[in-house]
Design a protein around this ligand. Sequence first.
Ligand SMILES: NC(=O)c1ccc[n+]([C@@H]2O[C@H](COP(=O)([O-])OP(=O)(O)OC[C@H]3O[C@@H](n4cnc5c(N)ncnc54)[C@H](O)[C@@H]3O)[C@@H](O)[C@H]2O)c1
Length: 263
Amino acid sequence: MTEHAGRVYVITGAASGIGAATAAILAASGARIVSVDLRDADVIADLGTLDGRQALSEGVTALVPSGIDAVIACAGVGSEDAVAVAVNYFGMVATLERLRPLLRPSLAPRAVGVASMAAIHPVDDRLVSTMLDGDEPGALSRAARLAEDPGTAGLIYGSTKRAFARWIRRSAPSQAWAAAGIALNAISPGIVLTPMVEGLMRDERWRASLATGAPMPLKGMMPPEVPAHLLAWLVSPQNSHMCGQIVYVDSGADAVLRGDATW
Ligand SMILES: NC(=O)c1ccc[n+]([C@@H]2O[C@H](COP(=O)([O-])OP(=O)(O)OC[C@H]3O[C@@H](n4cnc5c(N)ncnc54)[C@H](O)[C@@H]3O)[C@@H](O)[C@H]2O)c1
């Protein structure tokens, strides 16, 4: 028996990469997994769309009407475009908000999202604030404009992750989450060897940007099991008091880039 035995966890993006590794670890620990993805999942939903977010709520509720113990919002894309805004910010926030009522019956409810080390990279402040205002059409159109210019396109992914990390900081200590007994946190991985990164690795400019954007003094790039074990602990009953933290599992990149200004 493990601390996860008998618990029910919803994992988005469970068909690949970090989500798949997390699902495997937690299922092997005795948890029931409800997987959500575009394909190969219990609930098929495109979280970048309103219809897909509705399919998420309806599909999960139909499968586990008596409630769940945790949500792991992992589904995301690595692109620098409006789709990243729709999936990485609005899809992730919608996942956490829409599934929150299902956490009510749990004795140890937990929620966690996957941000990124890119949250500390340069961002477009207007795009970030438009996302935090909840203005999805405005954010999509801002991202589409940024994507047209090679000088600004590279700001979009980091902006989605910065906005998500700030949403976590704002939301976690609130009535809806902490006062309801739900521990809400996020992780910010460095470079994880998943299909998302395998695609980016083919881009020479992306590889060249790693040395400055992603210094990794502790062992370099990591397999998906590394952030997966952290996610598993964050949804365990043992994580009783962590609230609103963005945990960097990034081989030291945050410590190098932000130094001792952040503690
Ligand atoms: N790989 C990295 O280096 C890295 C680093 C930091 C953060 N992240 C974040 O980790 C998360 C998982 O990424 P990964 O590296 O495992 O990538 P991945 O491509 O291996 O897996 C992502 C999964 O999300 C699903 N997905 C994508 N769009 C979706 C949508 N609209 N609706 C539902 N599901 C959708 C995909 O189908 C896929 O199964 C993402 O949020 C990503 O931004 C990854």
